[in-house]
Design a protein around this ligand. Structure first.
Ligand code: PMP
Length: 393
């Protein structure tokens, strides 16, 4: 049954049906698009394309209401039942996080304030806060950036050490929902517990929205930022959801110009598609695939999975992985593994993974999945790693 459900969904991705031998395992970088998303974009551009809020003729008013409906679509997708929240369309997660820093946080901070930032997460969730601090410093406001403590054994934030970095000057916390290298759910509930109810938390949800249910009714965070292209929609579009419960509303500052209307249409269509497919079922499918991979890797003594202390020995505690696993082999270079995999039509990421503070030699192989991937594709990866291990020993 489950296999039929999945096969029916996979068949809706034209790029995959056209390339049946390709194992696309780089969805954490960007996902493939189902026909329904491509059709929605074509439909918009061929039946009623116009600019937003710029005219009173039918195509213009239809486009404007389409964009406003898409804003509501984002709210519904995030389980938002609050009033006063806002959704702003941005270029993607990197752009959205920078917008939260520049258009909202910069105005909130006073000399001597502190913000807590995860240095080991994606660069996109570090640069905006550092740049904002430097901008404020030029205006005479000194803001201290405090590193979010990380537990090296799990890859998760060190929730026990967190209270020791929270002070009465802590004004903001930036965190990630699912880590783009470790694939670990970063337990943001426990971040809220540690910082208390009044400190705004901004969530980089690039690797969670569209991969499994993400509900702001459940997550006590103030901002959720994500990218359309990682959730089956087009590149160049994303959103910032803001709860707006403390202080002024979040809004993009200044004249934004023409939004990415086709991208917005694609994102609304992708949420519809994900809903119909079942976002919870998709999350279960992809974590079953990553479990199959970590189980298989555990049998290879030379393999180290990132985000847990050592190799995958029986007693090591590898947490549940979301849709991605990153590993390296002690005896085989990750770029070599990447080339061998590519030779076999297996598309993975093998490089430094945009992780802040890592040098470029620190490579690893990341396998990331979405609902279109199959257990057979995971087995193909394991087979190649096994073969490379055999050649190296
Ligand atoms: N945060 C995380 C956790 C990511 O995985 C990524 C993309 N790799 C980003 C931010 C940046 O997203 P984008 O490139 O769409 O701006």
């Amino acid at each position: 049954r489950l296999a039929d459900w999945q096969a029916g969904l996979r068949a809706q991705f034209p790029i995959l049906t056209r390339n049946p031998d390709v194992a696309y395992l780089d969805s954490a970088a960007t996902t493939q698009k189902p026909a329904a998303v491509l059709d929605a974009v074509t439909d918009f551009l061929t039946t009623g394309n116009a600019n937003v809020g710029r005219g009173s003729y039918p195509w213009a008013t239809a486009t404007t209401s389409r964009i406003e409906r898409a804003r509501d679509r984002v709210r519904i997708a995030l389980g938002d039942t609050t009033t006063g929240s806002s959704v702003e369309f941005v270029g993607g997660t990197s752009h959205g996080l920078r917008a939260v820093a520049q258009d909202w946080l910069a105005d909130q901070l006073l000399d001597g304030d502190e913000i807590i930032v995860p240095f080991g997460d994606h660069e996109a969730n570090l640069r905006p806060w550092l740049d904002m601090r430097d901008d404020l410093a030029r205006g005479g406001i000194r803001v201290r950036i405090v590193a979010m403590p990380v537990d090296p054994a799990s890859g998760d934030y060190d929730h026990r050490a967190l209270p020791s970095v929270v002070t009465d000057r802590t004004r903001f916390v930036a965190v990630t929902h699912v880590h783009h290298v470790f694939g670990v759910d970063m337990n943001v509930h426990r971040v809220r517990e540690a910082v208390g109810p009044d400190v705004p938390i901004c969530l980089d949800a690039a690797q969670s929205v569209g991969h499994r249910p993400v509900s702001v009714a459940d997550l006590d965070v103030d901002f959720v930022v994500f990218s359309g292209h990682k959730m089956l929609a087009l590149p160049g579009i994303g959103a910032v959801w803001a709860r707006n419960r403390r202080g002024p509303r979040f809004a993009l500052r200044g004249w934004e110009g023409t939004p990415n209307t086709a991208g917005i249409v694609s994102m609304a269509a992708a949420f519809d598609w994900l809903d119909a497919a079942g976002t919870a079922e998709i999350g279960a499918w992809t974590s079953a695939l990553t479990l199959r991979l970590t189980d298989g890797l555990a049998e290879l003594p030379g393999v180290q999975v990132l985000g847990c202390q050592d190799s995958l020995t029986a007693e090591s505690t590898v947490q549940r992985r979301e849709a991605l696993v990153t590993f390296r082999h002690r005896a085989v270079r990750s770029d070599d593994l990447g080339f061998v995999l590519a030779d076999e039509g297996i598309m993975v990421r093998a490089d430094g993974h945009c992780q802040a503070g890592r040098d470029s030699d620190d490579h690893a192989v990341r396998v990331s999945v979405h609902v279109y991937n199959t257990p057979g594709e995971i087995d193909r990866v394991l087979e190649v790693v096994r073969r490379c291990e055999g050649m190296s020993s």
